[in-house]
Design a protein around this ligand. Structure first.
Ligand SMILES: [Zn+2]
Length: 288
C-alpha cells in the first residue's frame, strides 16, 4: 500500500500482543490504538491507579540506558525496554500511536522488531492531514566514550552507518549501512534479534535482570559458538540488530531525522547522550 510519505500516519484500529519482558520475566500485553496528529508515540500504563499513566516516547523521559532504553514520567510511572517497539514505529512510519501496557516492561517476543511490525501491520497504517515532523541536523554533533562514538551530521534522507567489534569469532567486526526508505526496515532490519553472552546470564540474574531471556528471544553466544539450535538468520544479524536499536533510540527525538548517523560500537547510553547534545545546541537542529 502506498501512502503519502510526507504526511503523519497513525493506525486504523487496535491490535494486541503479549509476552514476557526480557529483564523482568513478567508477562505483559501491549495494545496499540490510533492517536491524533502530533500526539507522537505515547505509552500508557493501564495497571497504575491514581497516578499519571502516560509516558511520551521522548528523549527527555529516558531515565536509564543500561541493558535497554527505559523511561518514566514525573509521577514516577515507568516503562522499560521500549527500543524494539519504537524501531518498528520509526521503520514503518507510524508517527502517532497510543501504546497501552498492563505492566512495567514491553514483551521481548522473539527479540527482534518483527512481531511489532506485524502488530502495526495488523492494526493498519493510515495517513493523517498534518505534515510529518522532521528533525533536520544543521551541523555535526558527536559524543564519545573511549573507543565508542556516535555522530549526527547534515545530510539528505536518513542514513545510518555503524560498526561493532567483539573479540568472539561468532561476531568479530561487522559494519552495516542503512537508508530509511519505504519497505526497507521490514526487509533488512526488523527481524534481527537481540544477542547476549552465556557468561553474562548469571551476573544479570544476580541483578534481577535477564530473567525472561532465553534462546527463544536472544541469540546466545558462548566463547566463539552460537548456542541457538537454529543458528543465525544472517552472519551479520548482530550489526543489523544494533542498527535496529539505533533506529528505536533515535525515534525518541520525537520525529524522524534528516541527516547522517555514524557510530562505532553504539549503545543506548551513547544514543541518548547524542540526542541530548543535539537538543542542547540550538544551532545544531531545526524542525520542519
Ligand atoms: Zn535491541
Amino acid at each position: 500500500m502506498s501512502s503519502p510519505i510526507n504526511l503523519q500516519h497513525t493506525i486504523a484500529g487496535e491490535a494486541s500482543v503479549s509476552g514476557v519482558g526480557v529483564h523482568s520475566g513478567k508477562l505483559a500485553t501491549l495494545t496499540v490504538r490510533p492517536a491524533g496528529e502530533n500526539a507522537g508515540v505515547v505509552f500508557v500504563r493501564t495497571d497504575v491507579d491514581g497516578r499519571d499513566p502516560r509516558i511520551p516516547a521522548l528523549v527527555t523521559q529516558v531515565t536509564t540506558t543500561a541493558l535497554g532504553t527505559n523511561m518514566s514520567n514525573a509521577a514516577g510511572v515507568s516503562v522499560a525496554t521500549v527500543e524494539h517497539f519504537l524501531a518498528a514505529c520509526a521503520g514503518l512510519g507510524v508517527d502517532n500511536v497510543v501504546a497501552e501496557l498492563d505492566g512495567a516492561e514491553l514483551p521481548i517476543l522473539d527479540g527482534s522488531s518483527k512481531p511489532f511490525v506485524d502488530l502495526l501491520g495488523e492494526a493498519g497504517r493510515v495517513p493523517q492531514s498534518a505534515p510529518k515532523r522532521v528533525l533536520h541536523i544543521l551541523k555535526p554533533v558527536e559524543v564519545r566514550q573511549g573507543a565508542k562514538f556516535a555522530r549526527l551530521s547534515p545530510g539528505s534522507g536518513f542514513t545510518m552507518t555503524i560498526a561493532i567489534d567483539f573479540a568472539t569469532k561468532a561476531i568479530g567486526r561487522q559494519e552495516f549501512s542503512f537508508t530509511m526508505a519505504p519497505g526497507a526496515f521490514a526487509r533488512d532490519i526488523a527481524w534481527a534479534r537481540t544477542f547476549g553472552f552465556a557468561s553474562q546470564a548469571r551476573q544479570l540474574h544476580a541483578m534481577r535482570k535477564g530473567l525472561g531471556a532465553s534462546m527463544d528471544n536472544t541469540v546466545v553466544i558462548e566463547g566463539d559458538a552460537i548456542l541457538n539450535p537454529g543458528g543465525l538468520q544472517t552472519r551479520d544479524e548482530f550489526v543489523r540488530h544494533k542498527l535496529l536499536d539505533v533506529i528505536g533510540d533515535l525515534f525518541l527525538a520525537g520525529g524522524l531525522i534528516e541527516g547522517l548517523y555514524e557510530a562505532e560500537q553504539p549503545g543506548h547510553a551513547l544514543n541518548n547522550q547524542l540526542l541530548r547534545a543535539v537538543f542542547a545546541d540550538a544551532g545544531a537542529f531545526a524542525w520542519t
